[in-house]
Design a protein around this ligand. Structure first.
Ligand code: CP
Ligand code: NVA
Length: 317
């Protein structure tokens, strides 16, 4: 099976491709010596929003694989403002071998991919964060020993991180339970996109205490995402009661592992005590961004289908 040319949203992958990515990530993590496999390859990284993890982990991933990365601020490129996205896509493809972009509008990264002669990776859009969810499941597999048959409870906003985590749960054969205030739920378009998984693999409730019963994993994210700063005060009020704290963790029998994509607003969506506590996988999760993205880069920038198949076979051996 040919690996997709771009990495834009997890719902474009098959369950088998998702598992292959996780296997390659684990394989590369276990062999973290400097490599020359991407020698001569350059990744352009365009950021319309700030970043610590995504920028550094992609740049380091390219270094560890023997390639290069070039960072450029979104304002300088002006995707769709300084010039049409389709023109920028074609120019980028004349210089570099892959493009990673963090954008506001998801349509922008979709258009970039549609016109790009080189692979495009979504480093977060307003609707999805596939690199994060891939790293989340790498972390889940390491600590739970499997990726299927699990209950992942996301406490908070049905945002980009939550949506990609739902896609990952579907691919993994696990269940995503979202506990959110009614105004911050999945949209009708999301529900249509989940298709037959809605109500079975993806469930939505409004009471966090009920939601966490049977949870293997508790996950959360900030209540106010980048670009929503004007709604901050309203969101602070609306999300009261949707914090991952010792009480909520205790309602899982104290057994659930805790994930947060970071950056965290300690004392809002999660407490210090839970972040620093024994159930927290949060810093392993942050590290796994590097390994998961090395797998994405390795497969998207494979020399040919045979090279991609060889690394997958080695990883699954
Ligand atoms: N989790 C995540 O994407 O972090 P950054 O915003 O720092 O890249
Ligand atoms: N939902 C957050 C994720 C940050 C990594 C945001 O979009 O700002």
């Amino acid at each position: 099976m040919t690996f997709p040319r771009h990495f834009i949203s997890l719902d474009a992958l098959t369950a088998e491709q998702f598992r292959q990515l996780l296997s390659v990530a684990t394989y590369l993590k276990a062999r973290r010596a400097p490599s020359t496999v991407l020698d001569g390859k350059t990744l352009a990284m365009i950021f319309e929003k700030p970043s610590l993890r995504t920028r550094l982990s992609f740049e380091q991933a390219m270094i560890e694989l023997g390639g290069n990365a070039i960072y450029i601020r979104g304002e300088e490129v002006g995707l769709g403002t300084r010039e049409p996205v389709k023109d920028a896509a074609r120019v980028l493809g004349r210089y570099v071998h892959a493009v990673m972009a963090r954008v506001f509008k998801h349509a922008c990264i979709a258009e970039l991919a549609a016109h790009s002669p080189v692979p495009v990776i979504n480093g977060l859009s307003d609707t999805t964060h596939p690199c994060q969810a891939l790293a989340d499941f790498l972390t889940i597999r390491e600590h739970c020993g499997r990726i299927d048959g699990l209950t992942v409870v996301f406490i908070g906003d049905a945002n980009n991180v939550c949506r990609s985590l739902a896609h990952a749960c579907i691919l993994a054969g696990s269940r995503l339970v979202l506990a959110c205030p009614p105004a911050y739920a999945f949209t009708a378009a999301d529900i249509a996109g989940f298709g037959g998984h809605w109500g079975r693999s993806v469930i939505q409730v409004h009471d966090p205490k009920t939601a966490v019963a049977g949870a293997d994993v508790l996950a959360t994210d900030v209540w106010t995402s980048m670009g929503q700063e004007a709604e901050k005060e309203q969101r602070l009020r609306d999300f009261q009661g949707f914090q991952i704290n010792d009480g909520l963790l205790a309602a899982t029998g104290g057994r659930a592992k805790v994930l947060h994509c970071l950056p965290a607003h300690r004392g809002e969506e999660i407490t210090d005590a839970v972040m620093e506590g024994p159930n927290s996988l949060i810093f392993d999760q942050a590290e796994n961004r590097l390994h998961a993205q090395k797998a994405v880069l390795r497969l998207l920038l494979a020399k040919d289908a045979a090279d991609a198949a060889a690394v997958i076979a080695a990883a699954q051996r």
